[in-house]
Design a protein around this ligand. Structure first.
Ligand code: BES
Ligand code: MN
Ligand code: MN
Length: 456
């Protein structure tokens, strides 16, 4: 692949312009108003795959947003790599904090700024470019299938059924995904773990209407105060989650495994500086990388109730609500944790309020072994472009569908992410450094090469 760098260099402006076209489609999966945009983005993905050399590509309807499937099968006796990615993005609020429009991509200081620049349009597109290179230079060493969904950011509600209905079409040897991060721009790393998730909304109701906070204040329980008390009791002073049975199945790593993890380079001062906090907080007895990688967590993602507009309104609200996410680690089961959480939350409800717990979505975590052909191929690929052997590390994020690929299709995934913590995914001013974008494109073809070599 002596011509790889040349090829990328020659085509880099076009690749960027193509990615920008996709980014300009505001494919926010969680909002009904963007239903049409989901089809537009899916069509764009299909056309792009065809233009880059797929033998066929189709937009497949589901009960939710469509899945795009594409393939190039050169020889059924060769291995098949399945590329997974998602064309949907997160909402963009708060809009006033963006320096440029979220769906008007622009390059500043060597970074692409836009919603989806990293997660996952930018990372997914690296695979399209790598595929184009391999096909157009006649170096594709195996079969390739693409499965690009539009519901990742809302928990992939339709993809499980798509997998069940399309088992044969989706036959393959490995699923290759770029939707995670590296530890740093000069610290190539391979994600070997993802956390599971249980996401709930809780509702606390007090009096049957908003009350005058002077006439009633002090005599009637305030649901917002009660909700805050309940929430603050969920994590104790040692950073342990108090939900009964919560830790029963948590996988405890051996001292050797933890020592191995501690070898991953991590600059805690830079981490604090990058998010502008003086000190970190988490479960006692664990390092920061352990707290996000191998330990579960519980966070309020949003909380509301009462009067939140401008100015004062003296009111004792009738209701309070919160969105609570729990990140789970291997062996914890999302359904079981949701049940434990609901039981616990109802059990701590005082009798002066009514409490409801509503489950929104969840999924299982994932661990990828390092002694496999695909891990070794990924490792060699990074080493080839970066000149350093990548470190395995467990990420705190979730991609619940990855465990379903294994359950339903029986296929393992390999997580070759090129994002950086500083990319601000899901936040205002999401960005993706051009260097990561092009380094990713350069690394992926090497993966194909080493993978097929390793399978022989
Ligand atoms: N790409 C992210 C997950 C991610 C990012 C994993 C960086 C590791 C490193 C994905 O799009 C995402 O945002 N997942 C959601 C879960 C989903 C069910 C809404 C998450 O982790 O919050
Ligand atoms: Mn993603
Ligand atoms: Mn995301």
């Amino acid at each position: 692949m002596h011509d790889l760098k040349d090829y990328l260099e020659k085509n880099k402006d076009r690749f960027l312009e193509e990615l920008f076209e996709l980014i300009r489609i505001p494919s926010i999966s969680s909002k009904d108003a963007h239903k049409e945009d989901m089809y537009k983005a899916a069509e764009w993905v299909k056309e792009s795959l065809l233009s880059k050399g797929a033998d066929k590509a189709e937009v497949c309807d589901t009960e939710g947003h469509p899945v795009v499937y594409g393939e190039k099968v050169i020889d059924p006796s060769l291995p098949t790599v399945i590329i997974y990615g998602h064309y949907d993005v997160q909402p963009v609020e708060p809009l006033e904090l963006w320096k440029s429009e979220p769906f008007a991509p622009e390059v500043r200081d060597g970074k692409i700024y836009a919603r989806g620049a990293d997660d996952d349009k930018g990372q997914m597109f690296m695979h399209f470019a790598a595929f184009e290179y391999l096909v157009s230079t006649n170096q594709l060493p195996c079969n390739v299938k693409f499965m690009i969904e539009g519901e990742e950011e809302i928990g992939s509600p339709s993809l499980g059924k798509f997998l069940e209905d399309n088992r044969e079409k989706l036959a393959g040897d490995v699923i290759l995904v770029s939707d995670t991060a590296m530890l740093g721009a000069d610290v190539p790393s391979i994600t070997t773990g993802l956390r599971g998730l249980s996401f709930c909304e809780v509702h606390v109701t007090g009096p049957n209407r908003d009350l005058h906070s002077g006439l009633y204040g002090g005599a009637v329980a305030n649901p917002v105060n009660v909700l805050c008390d309940m929430i603050s009791s969920l994590v104790d002073e040692n950073g342990r989650i108090t939900v009964k049975g919560f830790y029963d199945e948590v996988e405890e790593l051996s001292q050797e495994e933890r020592a191995e993890m501690a070898r991953a380079p991590f600059d805690e001062e830079a981490y604090k500086r990058s998010i502008d906090v003086k000190a970190l907080k988490g479960e006692k007895g664990y390092s920061t990388l352990e707290r996000t990688g191998i330990r579960p967590s519980l966070d309020v993602n949003g909380i509301w109730g009462g009067y939140t507009e401008k100015g004062a309104k003296t009111v004792l609200p009738s209701e309070a609500h919160a969105k609570i996410s729990m990140r789970l680690v291997p062996h914890q089961n999302s359904d079981k944790i949701t049940r434990l959480f609901r039981d616990h939350f109802l059990s701590i409800a005082p009798d002066y309020v009514k409490v409801e717990v509503e489950f929104l979505h969840g999924g299982e975590g994932y661990v990828s072994p390092t002694n496999t052909v695909e891990y070794q191929a990924a490792s060699k690929a990074y080493e080839k472009t970066y000149g350093i052997k990548p470190v395995p590390y467990r990420s705190g994020g979730s991609i619940p569908i990855i465990s379903m690929f294994e359950q339903i299709l029986g296929i393992k995934s390999i997580l070759m992410g090129f994002g950086l913590e500083s990319d601000a995914i899901h936040s205002p001013n999401e960005n993706y450094p051009l260097e990561q974008f092009f380094k990713g494109m350069e690394t992926i073809p090497h993966f194909y090469h080493y993978y097929v070599e390793g399978k022989k």
